[in-house]
Design a protein around this ligand. Structure first.
Ligand code: LMR
Length: 395
């Protein structure tokens, strides 16, 4: 039976991890998969996480199942982190949290919920978007369409986006990136979020907001601006959040599906359906990552340490963005790549073409996604001279 099965190429982003490992060039630079790196190129365990894990090891009394919605303590800390401490949405008890295996798990729960409970609703994603979005929603049986996001000059095409949103059939789902847009790094301003909200309201669209990089753009609360605006002004919003990046617990698979409904009654109905979807996919989420996050956020001391470490990471990335553009000045390329300093989050859509990306890999051992997406966290003050010289060589 298996003789007819064809081999397919592996995931373009995850494949870069292996390709980079195999490269023997001592100057190689990894700008591929979206993980944070420090000045030495390592992805360390955060100190707050280590301390929380020590406490967990000492105090843990059982490894029993935690239920399809995950740990209640985790839900209790994630909701205010995402929606705000004094959120009227929380006050009205109209938001439900379901711990999920990473942000990807939350997206798949959302996709299955839409497919099962809102049949016939298509999903609209930005063009470009995180490539895995293109797989997850069709895998759940949804029709996926795109709205424009970047123009030919590699700038945010907000007019194009808004015009397309106005044409989306009423009731369809529109996927928005809360902050640190993956892959482009182009984020919406507060005024632009307001305009999107107006269209979403007018067309009765259902926003699904992917919030994988909270704290990596401008700050924990600043990055949540669009999410909170939507949740406070709409009856129904779906949010998929992730602790992979901001807690640096990538391999612990720790995310959350937040369903915002009109009132508590409707929220509980929706919540009961989410439990079924989770049960059918994987039954219960893994516990450890959620336990780390609740341990940290329930302790004033650990939470302060975590915020400090997160600020350090964000500031480092934003400094490197500016220094990268500065380092391109001697080559007369600073204007061409000026967008890198303005974009936010882990990624930059650099404008490098697939051919240039191939040359950077083959001739210089510099790895990034062929779309020209660079993980800015892979820049360092040590590799900037090499990197900018290589970019100049392929221009
Ligand atoms: C990325 O976009 O590089 C990250 O979100 C990791 C992944 O799973 O693709």
């Amino acid at each position: 039976m298996f003789e007819k099965i064809e081999r397919v190429p592996g995931d373009a982003i995850l494949g870069l991890i292996e390709a980079f490992k195999k490269d023997t060039n001592p100057q190689k630079v990894d700008l591929g998969v979206g993980v944070y790196k420090d000045a030495q190129g390592n992805t360390p365990v955060m100190r707050a996480v280590k301390e929380a894990e020590a406490l967990l090891l000492k105090n843990e009394t059982t490894k029993t199942y935690i239920g399809s919605h995950g740990s209640p303590a985790y839900g209790e800390v994630i909701l205010p982190l995402v929606l705000g401490e004094d959120s009227p949405v929380l006050e009205a008890k109209r938001a439900s949290a379901t711990q999920s295996p990473g942000g990807t798990g939350a997206l798949r729960l959302a996709a299955d919920f839409i497919a099962n409970q809102l049949p016939g609703k298509a999903i609209w994603v930005s063009d470009p978007t995180w490539p895995n979005h293109l797989g997850i929603f069709p895998a759940a049986g949804l029709t996926l369409n795109k709205y424009p996001y970047v123009d030919a000059e590699n700038r945010l095409d907000f007019d194009g986006m808004l015009a397309a949103l106005k044409e989306i059939p009423e009731g369809d789902v529109v996927l928005l990136h809360a902050c640190c847009h993956n892959p482009t790094g182009f984020d919406l301003s507060r005024e632009q979020w307001q305009q999107v909200l107006d269209v979403v309201k007018a067309r009765n669209l259902l926003p699904l907001i992917d919030f994988a990089y909270q704290g990596f753009g401008e700050g924990l609360d600043e990055d949540a601006y669009g999410v909170r605006l939507m949740a406070e002004n709409l009856n129904e919003v779906i949010i998929t959040s992730s602790c992979s990046k901001n807690f640096g617990i990538y391999c612990e698979r720790t995310g959350c599906l937040i369903m915002v409904a009109k009132d508590n009654e409707q929220m509980e109905n929706v919540r009961s359906q989410i439990a079924i979807v989770a049960r059918e996919n994987y039954s219960n989420p893994p516990a450890h990552g959620g336990a780390i996050v609740s341990e940290i956020l329930q302790s004033a001391e650990l939470a302060a340490l975590w915020r400090e470490e997160l600020t350090e990471m964000r500031d480092r990335i934003n400094t490197l963005r500016r220094d990268f553009v500065e380092a391109l000045k001697p080559y007369g390329l600073d204007q061409k790549y000026a967008c890198v300093a303005d974009q936010r989050g882990m990624f930059s859509y650099t404008g490098l073409t697939p051919e240039q990306v191939d040359r950077l890999r083959d001739e210089f051992g510099i790895y990034m996604v062929r779309s020209g997406r660079a993980n800015v966290a892979g820049f360092s003050h040590e590799n900037l001279p090499y990197l900018t010289q290589a970019i100049a060589a392929v221009n």
